[in-house]
Design a protein around this ligand. Structure first.
Ligand code: ADP
Length: 317
């Protein structure tokens, strides 16, 4: 596998406060990698090290085969960065800012530039000082997505966009991926990562606690089963391997490891199954395993955001 971002054992402190405690992260060529964690987890600190804006205290960091601290000029021609809070030159128009940013990198694809300005409904004739937060973000996104670069590093890039523009962003990232480019997408919007990411890494208190494809992560956690039985069991233990069993007459709810769902159906079948749903964990469920049940957010994963609790207990370990 071709690694575009390789981080091993990254440590970074701000004075006496250690923000990253030996963080590992790998992004391979051509993938969209979701970098997930609530505010304060260490995503931006990691990204600032990847961009050569902060120097690592310890650990190994490689970006596109180079050292981000030493090879700043060469690397910044090959990558584009969009922060959550974009600052623009107040006197330049959006169009001028896009061209300037593109020229600092490997150059701009003019057809893509025009297409993206239209898709994001951006008026490129306004000056930097006149744009709202969302429009500044659009300027930075157009410049990044139209640039001829191998790697996009996006730190909460849609925090100022409305839902319609979020959809445009998702479609355009799909196109970037088709072109074989790589994307590190830091987000606390789980539905965005669920829609886009080939693999995700979940960061908690400055370390990556879980990494893999969504399918991998789902297999490492539990499926929820809801079933209506013809004959209620006398005790939850009769339904093993179903665990966390909640009995309400004939209605039963419980959880089971993904690989034991078939076995569970056998156990439930002895009581006659009238209705059954099996729900694999959403990214939000996976996330809450690491951020604790006191951080519980709404049950649906669509549009859900990660809770900022940094001290939550692990819900299921
Ligand atoms: P995230 O991007 O996941 O929200 P950050 O990397 O911004 O997290 O922050 C990680 C931790 O480091 C937080 O506790 C934050 O308060 C702290 N931190 C970030 N920047 C600084 C700084 N310049 N000085 C001191 N502490 C900082």
């Amino acid at each position: 596998m071709d690694t575009v971002i390789g981080v091993e054992g990254l440590v970074k402190s701000y004075g006496r406060f250690t923000a990253l405690h030996g963080l590992d992260l790998e992004v391979t060529r051509g993938e969209v990698h979701g970098f997930l964690g609530p505010n304060g987890a260490g995503k931006s600190t990691t990204i600032r090290v990847l961009l050569g804006l902060l120097r690592a205290d310890a650990g190994h960091v490689e970006v596109l085969g180079g050292d981000p601290w030493r090879d700043v000029v060469a690397l910044h021609r090959r990558l584009a960065y969009v922060p959550g809070e974009v600052s623009l030159w107040p006197g330049l128009t959006g169009g001028e800012a896009i061209d300037l940013l593109g020229n600092l990198r490997g150059g701009l694809d003019e057809a893509r530039r025009a297409h993206l300005i239209e898709r994001f409904e951006l008026d490129p004739t306004k000056r930097g000082r006149q744009y709202s937060k969302g429009n500044k973000q659009k300027v930075a996104l157009v410049a990044a997505l139209a640039s001829d670069v191998e790697l996009l590093i996006l730190d909460e890039p849609t925090s100022g966009l409305d839902p319609l523009m979020e959809m445009v962003f998702q479609e355009e990232i799909g196109y970037v991926k088709e072109q074989g480019r790589s994307v590190l997408l830091s987000s606390h919007i789980l539905s965005e990562a669920e829609a886009l990411a080939d693999r995700v890494s979940i960061i908690r208190d400055g370390v990556v606690v879980e990494t893999g494809t969504l399918d991998d992560l789902r297999h490492r956690t539990r499926t929820t089963i809801r079933v209506t039985l013809q004959r209620p069991p006398a005790a939850p233990a009769e339904l093993a391997p179903l665990e966390d069993v909640h009995l309400d007459g004939a209605h039963v709810r419980g959880t089971v490891e993904a690989e034991r769902v078939g076995e569970t159906l056998g156990a439930l079948g002895r009581f006659g199954i009238e209705a059954l749903t099996a729900t694999p964990p959403s990214l939000e469920d996976l996330f809450l395993r690491h951020y604790g049940d006191d951080a519980a957010a709404p049950a649906s994963s669509s549009g859900a955001t990660a809770s900022p609790s940094r001290h939550g207990r692990r819900a299921r370990d």
